[in-house]
Design a protein around this ligand. Structure first.
Ligand code: A2H
Length: 255
């Protein structure tokens, strides 16, 4: 990190049903027929088949930005400003903000996650470790292949009441999407258990887990689902990325 620009894929997760608090805030500020999207930034487009939820920082304040006539994005102001210079908004350099939206208010919102096996949608859930200074401040969750995501959904399931969420929102089935020779087809859960990681706050161990899962998945992994089933992760990654962009479900974002 810090050596060159990060090339992310920004994915469009369309809101299907608002959490009550967010709905009250949105009403009257955004037209009823608008398409509103949460826009997570990912480095792993080929894992999008395994999305089970999407994280926001509960203490981060997001903005609702109008990107075109009927389309609105929920992202940090920092990301909106960057996108405004990357041809994402209607007018170059402009990123019209309609309103602020506290992360805590959107918890429980149901969104459609492109490529995910969970076709009825996935929930927006809290993740304390989301950085406001990276990507869009929104992180889509793939617990099969991301140790951070797995540790977080486990914690959310265990303490659902404390977090003010429904247990089943965090407990959507974790689907195997990448087969690896050493860690099986659920690499993140395998390594998290092996390293005895008990909490999303075990940052040192999680950094180690991330490194192990990434290397094994990226260089040895084979995709088990979707249009590129049977292909190596390395080969499938640019193809899934292109497909999502061509379908209008994602766009390139760099910082
Ligand atoms: B990745 P890099 Cl399956 N705060 O996507 C914390 N984490 C963030 C973030 C933020 N503001 N914005 C993006 N990220 C996460 C998938 C994935 C990711 C898998 C495995 C590993 C992985 C599903 N979550 O990342 O330091 C996003 O999670 C391992 C680092 O800029 C994004 O890709 O490379 C990744 O971190 C980008 O981190």
């Amino acid at each position: 990190e810090g050596v060159g620009p990060q090339e992310y894929l920004a994915l469009k997760l369309k809101v299907k049903e608002w959490a009550p608090e967010a709905e009250k805030l949105i009403k009257g500020n955004v037209p009823d027929d608008a398409n509103i999207y949460f826009v997570p930034a990912t480095m792993r487009p080929e894992t999008m088949y395994g999305q089970t939820c999407c994280f926001v920082g509960p203490k981060i304040v997001y903005g609702v930005y109008q990107v075109s006539d009927r389309d609105y994005f929920i992202i940090t102001e920092r990301a909106a400003r960057n996108m405004a210079y990357q041809g994402v908004f209607a007018e170059n350099g402009k990123f019209p903000k309609v309103m602020d939206l506290p992360g805590s208010s959107v918890i429980g919102t149901l969104v459609n996650a492109p490529l995910s096996a969970h076709k009825d949608g996935v929930r927006i859930l809290p993740m304390e470790t989301v950085l406001a200074t990276k990507g869009t401040g929104v992180v889509t969750s793939v617990p099969s292949d991301s140790p951070d995501d797995y540790a977080t959904v486990m914690d959310l399931s265990k303490k659902a009441e404390y977090y003010g969420i429904k247990k089943e929102w965090a407990g959507l089935e974790i689907i195997p999407i990448i087969k690896t020779p050493s860690y099986g087809d659920l690499a993140a859960p395998f390594i998290v258990k092996k390293l005895k990681i008990n909490s999303p706050r075990d940052v040192k161990l999680l950094a180690e887990a991330k490194e192990l899962v990434y290397k094994e998945g990226y260089y040895q992994g084979v995709i088990m689902v979707g249009d590129f089933k049977g292909e190596k992760v390395e080969d499938a990654k640019p193809k899934v990325r292109k497909q999502l962009i061509d379908n209008g479900e994602a766009f390139a974002y760099s910082e």
